[in-house]
Design a protein around this ligand. Structure first.
Ligand SMILES: Nc1nc2c(ncn2[C@@H]2O[C@H](COP(=O)(O)OP(=O)(O)OP(=O)(O)O)[C@@H](O)[C@H]2O)c(=O)[nH]1
Ligand SMILES: [Mg+2]
Length: 268
């Protein structure tokens, strides 16, 4: 059995930075992980790239050859990956053994985890190869400044959850930039009824039924739970990792130690 994190989230939400911090953290704690670049548009890496989609296909070539813009070309690349799962990916994965832990740094185009099938088929391929996969959805804490943005973030995470059908961990990234922690804390594990009344206050009376439906949806999928991530703190990285590990049952046999996280972070 192998283990895998699929790191997804909107453009610029901090996926690649998370991957490199996770790599460093694991190095320091003498744990081996391998980071895979699935973004054909990426150019600079702060982590050693174990497998690289750019060896399969180049974004620039696709743009030139088919006259596509960067987003269209990216979708083309991911569909090309989808068509080459059996040859390319299978071969690349052969270098990794049972018990290996792979972290996939994905592109940020949200269509990839809402309605394009490439990533879904990619995940199914990994599962056929005996990988336990967890979706790690990053949302930039800078955007969670009010209830409407929070709900919109939940909806995009929810669409990834429904599309990919994977164990799912939501992360609020860039917590080091949050000056008023209190504002964010309200959104870490909020009461659905509080969210609803805030939403109703923000929006016109004609939206009340819709607001109720949205909050019910978010509540029923027990989506309203985000783990804050502050990359300056090893304890925060460790906590996030332990949440993901338990989702994919990593280290259930081994005695994996989970360090206490800072008390002021009030996570549960
Ligand atoms: N202060 C701070 N900045 C961050 C953090 N994580 C990422 N950033 C910055 O946010 C920007 C985007 O980060 P990336 O890691 O490239 O984001 P990404 O999700 O990989 O972006 P795409 O691959 O383009 O979708 C960069 O300028 C990072 O330096 C963080 O935890 N704290
Ligand atoms: Mg990136």
């Amino acid at each position: 059995m192998g283990y895998a994190q699929l790191v997804i989230g909107p453009a610029g939400s901090g996926k690649s930075t998370y991957c490199s911090s996770l790599y460093q953290h694991c190095e320091a704690t003498r744990r081996t992980i391998h980071i895979v670049n699935l973004d054909p548009a990426a150019e600079n890496f702060d982590y050693p790239v174990a497998i690289d989609i750019r060896e399969l296909i180049s974004l620039d070539d696709v743009m030139e050859e088919y006259g596509l813009g960067p987003n269209g070309a990216l979708i083309y690349c991911m569909e090309h990956l989808e068509e080459n799962l059996d040859e390319w990916l299978t071969e690349e994965l052969e270098n990794y053994m049972e018990d290996d832990y792979l972290v996939f740094d994905c592109p940020g185009q949200i269509e990839l985890f809402s309605h394009v099938s490439a990533l879904k088929n990619f995940v199914e391929h990994l599962q056929r190869k005996n990988f336990n996969v967890c979706a790690v959805y990053l949302l930039d804490s800078q955007f969670i400044t009010d209830v409407t943005k929070f709900i919109s973030g939940c909806m995009s995470s929810l669409s990834a959850m429904i599309q990919l059908e994977l164990p799912h961990v939501n992360i609020l990234s860039k917590m080091d930039l949050v000056t008023r922690k209190r504002d964010i804390e309200d959104y870490l594990n909020p009461e659905p009824m509080t969210l609803l009344s805030e939403l109703n206050k923000r929006m016109g009376p004609q939206f009340q039924k819709l607001n109720k439906a949205l909050i019910d949806l978010v509540d029923q999928y027990s989506m309203v739970s985000f783990v804050p991530l502050d990359l300056r703190k090893e304890s925060s990285i460790q906590y996030v990792l332990s949440q993901i590990d338990s989702c994919i049952q990593y280290g259930e046999d081994a005695d994996v130690k989970i360090k206490d996280f800072d008390e002021d972070e009030d996570q549960d």
